[in-house]
Write a protein that binds this ligand. Structure first.
Ligand code: GUN
Length: 287
């Protein structure tokens, strides 16, 4: 039976991290150490794990991660003050506020307050707007990593039908913009989409960013489709899995990303690329 190629995000991410390390070594020769401020509010266990992974990757890449852990009961004003301080701090080239924030905080004005020049998550409206206009600066790490995976695998995007499932500001919307900029014909599906299966049946490329086990069934796929799985879920037996019905999809698709080992490591490597870009841009204009 046909078996899809498994796109190894873990290996590609390691290559990207070593490339970033080369870039930071060049900056080190000018006594510049890229600084990434990592703001973690509260004690969400998943966020703690993500932040640990980001900080480990930073170390490997020659990026100085500076930890700003704040209690869950921090006020909106206190958090805004911290962002203002980080914007003004010359040792900080990138600012990352780990999401989600505790319920009493409004993330939007916090993300808006991050200097667009230090917005390595690419969540600031300036950076989303630039992406929408096809002149990107910082691109959100997860969709950026998905594009790098597609490009590295030599998958044609121009003229292909792409379906993105999920319309979050962090993944789905920027992903749809990136694929549009790469000349795909893009359909952005979401929780109110009628007949998701019929959209997916036409897709050469599917990006699943739902956050639900079996959100994309193998029987919906067009034979030979490429599936990028952004999901990070636990199935009924507690095993880590994505949004795609993976084992069955291997018999239909031409290429799929695994979970774990697909998009996850690419997100972190892409973030490191953004930190390097920020440090390069901020230090070249200062000279
Ligand atoms: N929470 C889930 N994904 C992300 C991400 O890419 N960046 C940040 N800051 N928080 C997240």
């Amino acid at each position: 039976m046909a078996s899809a190629k498994i796109l190894d995000g873990k290996a590609l991410a390691a290559t990207i991290r070593s490339e970033v390390a080369k870039g930071t070594a060049e900056l080190a020769a000018r006594d510049i150490v890229p600084g990434l401020a990592v703001v973690l509010v509260g004690d969400d266990p998943a966020s703690q794990i993500y932040v640990r992974h980001k900080e480990r990757a930073a170390k490997e890449c020659g990026v100085r991660a500076i930890d700003y852990r704040r209690p869950a009961n921090i006020s909106q004003e206190e958090l805004a003050t911290l962002i203002a301080e980080l914007n003004a701090d010359a040792a900080v080239h990138g600012i990352l506020v780990q999401l989600p924030l505790p319920k009493h905080l409004d993330a939007t004005p916090i993300l808006d307050a991050i200097s667009p020049d230090k917005d390595v998550d690419g969540f600031h409206p300036d950076n989303i707007g630039r992406l929408a206009q096809g002149r990107p600066r910082f691109v959100a790490a997860t969709p950026k990593g998905c594009m790098t995976l597609l490009e590295h695998a030599g998958i044609d995007i121009a003229g292909r039908n792409a379906v993105v499932v999920g319309r979050s500001n962090i993944v789905g919307k920027p992903m749809a913009l990136l694929l549009t900029n790469a000349n795909a014909t893009v359909t952005l599906c979401h929780s109110r989409t009628k007949d998701l299966a019929s959209h997916i049946a036409n897709a050469d490329i599917v990006v699943a960013a739902v956050g639900k086990v079996d959100a994309v069934l193998a029987k919906w796929l067009k034979p030979g489709a490429v599936v990028i799985d952004v999901g990070m879920n636990r199935n009924a037996s507690g095993k880590l899995c994505g949004d795609l019905q993976f084992a069955e999809a291997l018999e239909v698709a031409s290429a799929v990303t695994p979970v774990p080992g697909g998009v996850g490591p690419m997100t972190i490597a892409s973030l490191m690329q953004n930190v390097l870009l920020a440090a390069q841009a901020l230090t070249s204009s200062a000279e």
